[in-house]
Design a protein around this ligand. Sequence first.
Ligand code: HEC
Ligand SMILES: [Cu+2]
Length: 329
Amino acid sequence: MLVIVVGLPVAALGYHLHLFPDRSGVRTIDIVAAAPERGGFQPDVIRVAAGEKVRLRFSVPDVTHGIALGPGLGIDLGQIDPGQVEEIELVFAEPGRYAYYCNTWCSPNHWRMRGVIEVYDPANPSRLVSDSRPDPVTGALAEQGIDIDAPHPASVIPAAAKPSATRGEAFSTRAETPLPPEFDDASWRRGHSPAEAHTLLNRELPALSEEEAWDIIAFHWLRDLTPERREWATEQYAKNCAACHGEAGTGTGPGVDALRQQGLGRHGEEDETTAINDPQTILGGTSNIYYAKIRRGGMGTGMPDFGPVFTEDETWILVDYLWTFQFAE
Ligand code: HEC
Ligand SMILES: [Cu+2]
């Protein structure tokens, strides 16, 4: 009798609370975060109204994952171990598309571990939440006929160790040797490779030594990287890029084996991830090309598309940071 009289209502209430754990106007969305081989994020698309308060609750069944949300949200729940649950409450002010993604190497397909948050306009819920507007840089490169997937070997590289931005700054600010005005033009710098800048310096200031020319280029290619931006990029590179490109940019992270097995290496080669620290490979490319590659990802290679994860400005910070593998600050 007791079981029937007391137990049943309690069980029903408990079940009700289990279904609706919070009645205070916060909708809880449970998301299982498993490696892609075991189903990835489930669900991998969620819909949220702009202005609605939601609680995203991530549980991890298999191996340690790192859960972050972007672009531009600055939310990183950190690493979550099997059996653990992490949650976050948030409100999206505007309609748009956001992503939740794993930033800890968890499996050979780790980089495919993504989920989409569609934030719709509650006044117009059936309207499609479109992808972000076409990227201006990627569009301009296509118009100029620049193939961001083609190799771009440098025509010249520094003879000795890493060129020094510090020496380059001292030289660049000395009044008696004005540099070509292009060097002060951020959009010119983004559209030209360091090798092209070197050719320009050689032509305009033939008295410069090789070392001086490269130091000047080092300064100008690193001048937008403030300490705060550098700190942000260092953390993001370690979490999102080092697994494949290597902590020191050598192209030998733990993810490279996985890419090799899947035939997803560089430029159609089976077994290579770009060595971002290699002058020959990198100094012939432009910031615009690297920006576009990071946002769009590779074509049939293992390079993920980070457009859904980072804002345009965040992508520029990463691009600026990549030059630190070539140039000393
Ligand atoms: C899963 C492995 C993987 C991860 C993670 C990864 N990359 Fe790559 N990346 C590649 C591969 C493979 C290539 C070469 C193929 C290509 O260019 O499409 C590449 C190419 C690139 C290139 C082009 C280099 C060139 O010579 O044109 C840039 C720039 C780059 N990655 C930056 C990044 C950044 C920044 C991150 C992190 C935000 C990152 N990558 C994360 C695998 C990866
Ligand atoms: Cu992962």
